[in-house]
Design a protein around this ligand. Sequence first.
Ligand SMILES: Nc1ncnc2c1ncn2[C@@H]1O[C@H](COP(=O)(O)OP(=O)(O)O)[C@@H](O)[C@H]1O
Ligand SMILES: [Mg+2]
Length: 262
Amino acid sequence: MPDTTPLLELRNVTKTFGSVEALSDVDFEVRKGEVMALVGDNGAGKSTLIKCIAGTHTPDEGHVFFEGEEVHIHGPRDAARLGIEVVYQDLALCDNLDVVQNMYLGREAHDRFQRLKEPIMEQRTAETMKSLAVTTIGSIRRPVATLSGGQRQSVAVARAVMWNSKLVILDEPTAALGVAQTEQVLALVRRLATQGLSVVIISHNLHDVFETAHRITVLRLGRNVGVYDRATTTQQEVVSAITAGAPTKVSGIPQVAPEATA
Ligand SMILES: Nc1ncnc2c1ncn2[C@@H]1O[C@H](COP(=O)(O)OP(=O)(O)O)[C@@H](O)[C@H]1O
Ligand SMILES: [Mg+2]
Protein backbone atom coordinates (compact mmCIF):
# COMPACT_ATOMS: atom_id res chain seq x y z
CA MET A 1 0.00 0.00 0.00
CA PRO A 2 1.26 3.50 -0.79
CA ASP A 3 1.70 5.83 2.17
CA THR A 4 -0.57 8.84 2.46
CA THR A 5 2.08 11.55 2.23
CA PRO A 6 1.22 13.73 -0.74
CA LEU A 7 3.94 14.06 -3.36
CA LEU A 8 2.00 16.49 -5.53
CA GLU A 9 -0.84 18.73 -4.45
CA LEU A 10 -2.82 21.23 -6.47
CA ARG A 11 -5.12 23.55 -4.58
CA ASN A 12 -7.85 25.71 -6.06
CA VAL A 13 -6.32 25.68 -9.53
CA THR A 14 -8.19 27.67 -12.16
CA LYS A 15 -7.23 28.00 -15.81
CA THR A 16 -9.19 29.86 -18.46
CA PHE A 17 -8.75 30.15 -22.20
CA GLY A 18 -10.64 33.26 -23.29
CA SER A 19 -14.18 32.63 -22.11
CA VAL A 20 -13.65 28.91 -21.51
CA GLU A 21 -12.93 27.92 -17.93
CA ALA A 22 -10.99 24.72 -18.57
CA LEU A 23 -10.26 24.21 -14.85
CA SER A 24 -12.39 25.68 -12.05
CA ASP A 25 -11.05 25.65 -8.53
CA VAL A 26 -9.52 22.18 -8.87
CA ASP A 27 -7.86 20.28 -6.03
CA PHE A 28 -5.76 17.30 -7.05
CA GLU A 29 -3.49 15.11 -4.95
CA VAL A 30 -1.06 12.31 -5.75
CA ARG A 31 0.54 10.38 -2.92
CA LYS A 32 3.94 8.73 -2.86
CA GLY A 33 3.93 5.31 -4.51
CA GLU A 34 0.39 5.76 -5.71
CA VAL A 35 -1.21 5.23 -9.10
CA MET A 36 -3.80 7.98 -9.47
CA ALA A 37 -6.15 7.71 -12.42
CA LEU A 38 -7.50 10.89 -13.94
CA VAL A 39 -10.74 10.35 -15.80
CA GLY A 40 -13.45 12.44 -17.39
CA ASP A 41 -15.29 13.02 -20.62
CA ASN A 42 -13.76 14.83 -23.59
CA GLY A 43 -13.24 18.46 -22.66
CA ALA A 44 -13.38 17.75 -18.91
CA GLY A 45 -9.97 19.38 -18.41
CA LYS A 46 -7.64 16.37 -18.05
CA SER A 47 -5.02 17.57 -20.53
CA THR A 48 -5.14 21.10 -19.17
CA LEU A 49 -4.55 19.79 -15.65
CA ILE A 50 -1.58 17.72 -16.81
CA LYS A 51 -0.16 20.70 -18.68
CA CYS A 52 -0.38 22.80 -15.52
CA ILE A 53 1.68 20.14 -13.74
CA ALA A 54 4.15 19.76 -16.60
CA GLY A 55 4.70 23.49 -16.98
CA THR A 56 3.17 23.82 -20.44
CA HIS A 57 0.46 26.00 -18.89
CA THR A 58 0.62 28.22 -15.82
CA PRO A 59 -2.52 28.23 -13.66
CA ASP A 60 -4.35 31.57 -13.48
CA GLU A 61 -5.11 30.96 -9.84
CA GLY A 62 -4.26 28.39 -7.20
CA HIS A 63 -1.20 26.75 -5.76
CA VAL A 64 0.97 23.76 -6.61
CA PHE A 65 2.93 21.92 -3.93
CA PHE A 66 5.57 19.27 -4.51
CA GLU A 67 7.03 17.36 -1.58
CA GLY A 68 5.33 19.84 0.72
CA GLU A 69 6.84 22.97 -0.83
CA GLU A 70 5.04 25.42 -3.06
CA VAL A 71 6.50 25.32 -6.57
CA HIS A 72 6.13 27.39 -9.74
CA ILE A 73 6.58 25.23 -12.79
CA HIS A 74 7.19 27.32 -15.88
CA GLY A 75 8.24 24.69 -18.37
CA PRO A 76 9.19 21.06 -18.90
CA ARG A 77 12.67 21.75 -17.56
CA ASP A 78 11.29 22.99 -14.25
CA ALA A 79 9.12 19.90 -14.11
CA ALA A 80 12.04 17.61 -14.93
CA ARG A 81 14.17 19.25 -12.24
CA LEU A 82 11.51 18.34 -9.68
CA GLY A 83 11.30 14.79 -11.01
CA ILE A 84 8.09 15.11 -13.03
CA GLU A 85 8.01 13.43 -16.43
CA VAL A 86 5.13 13.18 -18.88
CA VAL A 87 4.68 10.50 -21.51
CA TYR A 88 2.39 12.06 -24.10
CA GLN A 89 0.10 10.04 -26.28
CA ASP A 90 2.16 10.41 -29.45
CA LEU A 91 5.22 9.11 -27.52
CA ALA A 92 7.68 11.30 -29.45
CA LEU A 93 10.09 8.46 -30.14
CA CYS A 94 12.39 8.64 -33.16
CA ASP A 95 11.75 5.60 -35.33
CA ASN A 96 15.12 5.60 -37.04
CA LEU A 97 17.05 5.67 -33.76
CA ASP A 98 17.65 2.65 -31.55
CA VAL A 99 16.35 2.17 -28.00
CA VAL A 100 19.47 3.59 -26.30
CA GLN A 101 19.47 6.68 -28.50
CA ASN A 102 15.79 7.23 -27.76
CA MET A 103 16.35 6.90 -24.02
CA TYR A 104 18.89 9.74 -24.22
CA LEU A 105 17.15 11.86 -26.84
CA GLY A 106 17.98 15.50 -26.11
CA ARG A 107 19.95 14.52 -22.99
CA GLU A 108 22.87 12.64 -24.51
CA ALA A 109 25.78 11.93 -22.21
CA HIS A 110 29.08 13.36 -23.45
CA ASP A 111 32.61 13.06 -22.15
CA ARG A 112 34.83 16.13 -21.84
CA PHE A 113 35.77 15.87 -25.52
CA GLN A 114 32.09 16.00 -26.48
CA ARG A 115 32.15 12.37 -27.50
CA LEU A 116 29.03 10.37 -26.70
CA LYS A 117 29.53 8.08 -23.76
CA GLU A 118 28.06 5.13 -25.57
CA PRO A 119 29.05 2.39 -23.09
CA ILE A 120 27.56 4.34 -20.17
CA MET A 121 24.37 5.11 -22.10
CA GLU A 122 24.03 1.49 -23.08
CA GLN A 123 24.64 0.27 -19.54
CA ARG A 124 22.15 2.65 -17.95
CA THR A 125 19.53 1.78 -20.53
CA ALA A 126 20.03 -1.92 -19.86
CA GLU A 127 19.87 -1.36 -16.10
CA THR A 128 16.69 0.67 -16.36
CA MET A 129 15.00 -1.96 -18.52
CA LYS A 130 16.08 -4.65 -16.08
CA SER A 131 14.88 -2.77 -13.01
CA LEU A 132 11.47 -2.33 -14.65
CA ALA A 133 11.45 -5.96 -15.79
CA VAL A 134 11.02 -4.86 -19.41
CA THR A 135 12.29 -8.08 -20.89
CA THR A 136 10.44 -8.28 -24.18
CA ILE A 137 12.48 -5.85 -26.23
CA GLY A 138 15.47 -8.03 -27.03
CA SER A 139 18.43 -5.93 -28.13
CA ILE A 140 18.46 -2.33 -26.91
CA ARG A 141 20.31 -1.55 -30.14
CA ARG A 142 17.18 -2.26 -32.18
CA PRO A 143 15.72 0.69 -34.05
CA VAL A 144 12.47 1.72 -32.39
CA ALA A 145 10.69 1.30 -35.75
CA THR A 146 11.00 -2.47 -35.36
CA LEU A 147 9.21 -2.54 -31.99
CA SER A 148 5.55 -3.28 -31.37
CA GLY A 149 3.24 -0.63 -29.91
CA GLY A 150 3.52 -2.12 -26.42
CA GLN A 151 7.31 -2.26 -26.61
CA ARG A 152 7.42 1.36 -27.78
CA GLN A 153 5.22 2.40 -24.89
CA SER A 154 7.56 0.53 -22.51
CA VAL A 155 10.55 2.41 -23.94
CA ALA A 156 8.73 5.74 -23.50
CA VAL A 157 7.87 4.90 -19.89
CA ALA A 158 11.39 3.64 -19.15
CA ARG A 159 12.79 6.85 -20.59
CA ALA A 160 10.58 8.90 -18.28
CA VAL A 161 11.67 6.82 -15.30
CA MET A 162 15.40 6.88 -16.03
CA TRP A 163 15.80 10.57 -15.13
CA ASN A 164 15.37 10.22 -11.39
CA SER A 165 11.71 10.90 -11.75
CA LYS A 166 9.34 10.79 -8.81
CA LEU A 167 6.12 11.36 -10.71
CA VAL A 168 5.38 9.89 -14.11
CA ILE A 169 2.29 11.07 -15.97
CA LEU A 170 0.92 8.79 -18.68
CA ASP A 171 -1.57 10.19 -21.17
CA GLU A 172 -3.73 7.33 -22.55
CA PRO A 173 -0.83 4.84 -22.52
CA THR A 174 -2.84 1.95 -23.94
CA ALA A 175 -5.02 3.78 -26.45
CA ALA A 176 -3.27 2.29 -29.47
CA LEU A 177 -2.57 -1.16 -28.06
CA GLY A 178 -4.07 -4.61 -28.42
CA VAL A 179 -5.10 -6.75 -25.46
CA ALA A 180 -1.80 -8.52 -24.72
CA GLN A 181 0.27 -5.37 -25.13
CA THR A 182 -2.12 -3.44 -22.95
CA GLU A 183 -1.62 -5.97 -20.16
CA GLN A 184 2.16 -5.60 -20.56
CA VAL A 185 1.96 -1.84 -20.13
CA LEU A 186 -0.50 -2.04 -17.21
CA ALA A 187 1.85 -4.45 -15.44
CA LEU A 188 4.66 -1.96 -15.97
CA VAL A 189 2.53 0.83 -14.48
CA ARG A 190 1.90 -1.27 -11.38
CA ARG A 191 5.63 -2.01 -11.05
CA LEU A 192 6.46 1.70 -11.09
CA ALA A 193 4.27 2.22 -8.03
CA THR A 194 5.74 -0.84 -6.32
CA GLN A 195 9.14 0.79 -6.73
CA GLY A 196 7.90 3.89 -4.91
CA LEU A 197 7.18 6.11 -7.90
CA SER A 198 3.94 8.00 -8.19
CA VAL A 199 1.97 7.66 -11.40
CA VAL A 200 -0.88 9.64 -12.91
CA ILE A 201 -2.66 7.68 -15.61
CA ILE A 202 -5.15 9.36 -17.88
CA SER A 203 -7.46 6.86 -19.50
CA HIS A 204 -10.97 6.61 -20.85
CA ASN A 205 -10.75 2.86 -20.41
CA LEU A 206 -12.13 1.97 -16.99
CA HIS A 207 -10.73 -1.54 -17.28
CA ASP A 208 -7.23 -0.05 -17.38
CA VAL A 209 -8.11 2.29 -14.54
CA PHE A 210 -9.40 -0.47 -12.29
CA GLU A 211 -6.44 -2.71 -13.18
CA THR A 212 -3.85 -0.16 -12.05
CA ALA A 213 -5.12 2.71 -9.94
CA HIS A 214 -5.18 3.02 -6.16
CA ARG A 215 -7.43 6.06 -6.45
CA ILE A 216 -9.44 7.74 -9.17
CA THR A 217 -10.04 11.47 -9.64
CA VAL A 218 -13.02 12.41 -11.80
CA LEU A 219 -13.14 15.72 -13.64
CA ARG A 220 -16.36 17.04 -15.14
CA LEU A 221 -16.59 20.35 -16.97
CA GLY A 222 -13.37 21.57 -15.40
CA ARG A 223 -14.27 20.60 -11.84
CA ASN A 224 -13.06 17.84 -9.56
CA VAL A 225 -16.31 16.00 -8.87
CA GLY A 226 -14.92 13.16 -6.82
CA VAL A 227 -11.96 11.14 -5.65
CA TYR A 228 -12.61 7.41 -5.32
CA ASP A 229 -10.75 4.56 -3.71
CA ARG A 230 -10.44 1.79 -6.24
CA ALA A 231 -10.89 -0.82 -3.52
CA THR A 232 -14.24 0.51 -2.37
CA THR A 233 -15.85 1.84 -5.56
CA THR A 234 -17.43 0.35 -8.66
CA GLN A 235 -17.06 1.16 -12.34
CA GLN A 236 -20.74 2.09 -12.30
CA GLU A 237 -20.12 4.72 -9.63
CA VAL A 238 -17.22 6.22 -11.58
CA VAL A 239 -19.24 6.27 -14.81
CA SER A 240 -22.01 8.10 -12.98
CA ALA A 241 -19.55 10.71 -11.74
CA ILE A 242 -18.16 11.18 -15.25
CA THR A 243 -21.60 11.62 -16.77
CA ALA A 244 -23.21 13.58 -13.92
CA GLY A 245 -25.39 10.71 -12.83
CA ALA A 246 -26.97 10.17 -16.22
CA PRO A 247 -28.59 6.73 -16.14
CA THR A 248 -26.28 4.13 -17.60
CA LYS A 249 -27.53 1.52 -20.00
CA VAL A 250 -27.34 -1.99 -18.62
CA SER A 251 -27.37 -4.51 -21.41
CA GLY A 252 -30.21 -7.00 -21.36
CA ILE A 253 -32.54 -4.74 -19.40
CA PRO A 254 -35.19 -2.99 -21.48
CA GLN A 255 -34.82 0.80 -21.57
CA VAL A 256 -38.56 1.24 -21.10
CA ALA A 257 -40.18 -0.42 -18.12
CA PRO A 258 -42.69 -3.13 -19.20
CA GLU A 259 -45.63 -1.52 -17.41
CA ALA A 260 -45.05 1.70 -19.37
CA THR A 261 -45.58 -0.12 -22.66
CA ALA A 262 -48.55 -2.18 -21.51
N1 LIG B 1 -5.20 25.92 -25.72
C1 LIG B 1 -6.53 26.03 -25.59
N2 LIG B 1 -7.20 27.10 -26.06
C2 LIG B 1 -8.53 27.22 -25.89
N3 LIG B 1 -9.31 26.31 -25.28
C3 LIG B 1 -8.69 25.21 -24.79
C4 LIG B 1 -7.30 25.02 -24.91
N4 LIG B 1 -6.98 23.83 -24.32
C5 LIG B 1 -8.13 23.32 -23.86
N5 LIG B 1 -9.17 24.15 -24.13
C6 LIG B 1 -10.56 23.94 -23.73
O1 LIG B 1 -10.58 23.61 -22.36
C7 LIG B 1 -11.50 22.57 -22.08
C8 LIG B 1 -10.78 21.38 -21.47
O2 LIG B 1 -9.98 20.77 -22.47
P1 LIG B 1 -8.96 19.57 -22.19
O3 LIG B 1 -8.14 19.91 -21.01
O4 LIG B 1 -8.24 19.30 -23.47
O5 LIG B 1 -9.96 18.38 -21.85
P2 LIG B 1 -9.71 16.79 -21.88
O6 LIG B 1 -8.25 16.56 -21.98
O7 LIG B 1 -10.31 16.29 -20.61
O8 LIG B 1 -10.46 16.28 -23.07
C9 LIG B 1 -12.20 22.27 -23.40
O9 LIG B 1 -13.38 23.03 -23.46
C10 LIG B 1 -11.20 22.75 -24.43
O10 LIG B 1 -11.84 23.11 -25.62
MG1 LIG C 1 -7.13 15.55 -23.42
